[in-house]
Write a protein that binds this ligand. Structure first.
Ligand SMILES: Nc1ncnc2c1ncn2[C@@H]1O[C@H](COP(=O)(O)OP(=O)(O)OP(=O)(O)O)[C@@H](O)[C@H]1O
Ligand SMILES: [Mg+2]
Length: 331
């Protein structure tokens, strides 16, 4: 059996009236990437903070690298790195000073932390900016510095809370490559993300959380297969037809259609034979709904995410969730 590096058992956490975590259990094996997906407020950051010893759970147990997050918080801290959702770098210090400070906290020798700080600046394209105060950094530079800081201690377990938020596509790709290399070298990574492409590319396993609970888990392919064999998708010519198009698809697929107003697209999980496609074409024709595109495709992780989380939150704005509800609410 592979060794779990992260083991979470029935962890709960409440903030006043908000049950941020309502009994979460999960494991991540050594040298793997576990991605936590979930809508805003799902409890992802709360879990990361508990695992990084910054918060105590109300109940349940969690071990990271063999250390209990409460009882062994001290020794655990030297086994983990954390890049939080909001960069935790000191504005008034330079990039280099920030990194050296982290090295100091890991009890590295002066020579070693200087060497690692210089290496990290280089690795994250910050050498030129290294001796400027962080105040003068752009959002993406801060993000990179924060991630560089989380790696200074070369921790065997790394927590990355939405690591690529605010990074441009090139930097994002470089970071993904970098994470893959780290994991190839044996590091265990738990990351939270809203970017499905990121989960798809990096994660060995995905855990979907909503309302403080795990609502699905598996590999990306397993989650897609579980949703449906296919997705039926139409792009309407006129935005005004979106709700009616959703009503058409609601009658053909299973589950509730999703409306993407920006792309003027409507989609629904479906069996996905040509019969469904032809039936859809006919219905759109009969209802006089003009289409730019109609097709069947394999489900994406986006489809999985939308389907899982929309089903649980009837209060969400109609345009982001289901067509059935959306069409009733249309004026
Ligand atoms: N310190 C706190 N005090 C009060 N409520 C909190 C605190 N931290 C988190 N919460 C609440 O707990 C719930 C979970 O928050 P959390 O930050 O873990 O969500 P998240 O999944 O990380 O969301 P996001 O995707 O927006 O980052 C939210 O309802 C949030 O408002
Ligand atoms: Mg968060």
């Amino acid at each position: 059996m592979p060794t779990p590096m992260i083991e979470v058992e029935a962890v709960t956490k409440r903030f006043g009236r908000v049950q941020a975590l309502a009994g979460v259990s999960l494991t991540a094996e050594a040298g793997s990437v576990l991605a936590l997906l979930g809508p805003n407020g799902a409890g992802k950051t709360t879990l990361v903070r508990i695992l990084a010893t910054l918060l105590h759970p109300d109940s349940g147990r969690a071990r990271v690298a063999g250390y209990d997050v409460v009882a062994d918080a001290g020794p655990l801290r030297s086994a983990i790195g954390l890049a939080g959702q909001y960069a935790a770098v000191d504005e008034l210090l330079t990039g280099r000073e920030n990194l050296e400070l982290v090295g100091l906290l890991y009890h590295l020798s002066r020579r070693e932390y200087k060497r690692r700080a210089a290496g990290a600046l280089e690795q994250f394209g910050l050498t030129d900016a290294g001796d400027r105060t962080v105040k003068t950094y752009s959002g993406g530079m801060r993000r990179r510095l924060d991630i560089a800081a989380s790696l200074i201690g070369r921790p065997p377990v790394l927590f990355l809370d939405e690591p690529t938020t605010g990074l441009d596509p090139r930097t994002r790709n470089e970071l993904w490559q970098f994470i893959e290399d780290l994991v190839g070298g044996g590091t265990t990574v738990l990351l939270t993300t809203q970017v499905m492409e990121e989960a798809e590319r990096l994660a060995h396993r995905i855990i979907v959380v909503d309302g403080g609970q795990v609502i699905a888990e598996g590999t990306a392919e397993e989650l897609k297969d579980r949703l449906s064999s296919a997705v039926l998708e139409a792009r309407v010519t006129r935005a005004a037809d979106l709700d009616r198009a959703a009503a058409v698809l609601a009658g053909l697929g299973h589950g509730r259609p999703h409306i993407d107003p920006d792309q003027q697209r409507v989609s629904v999980p479906a069996r996905g034979g040509t019969r469904d496609l032809l039936a859809a074409g006919r219905r759109f024709e009969d209802d006089g709904i003009g289409l730019d595109d109609l097709g069947i495709r394999r489900p994406s992780l986006d489809d999985v995410f939308l389907s899982l989380t929309a089903a649980r939150e009837p209060g969400r704005p109609a345009r982001q969730q289901a067509g059935a509800a959306a069409s009733q609410e249309s004026r």
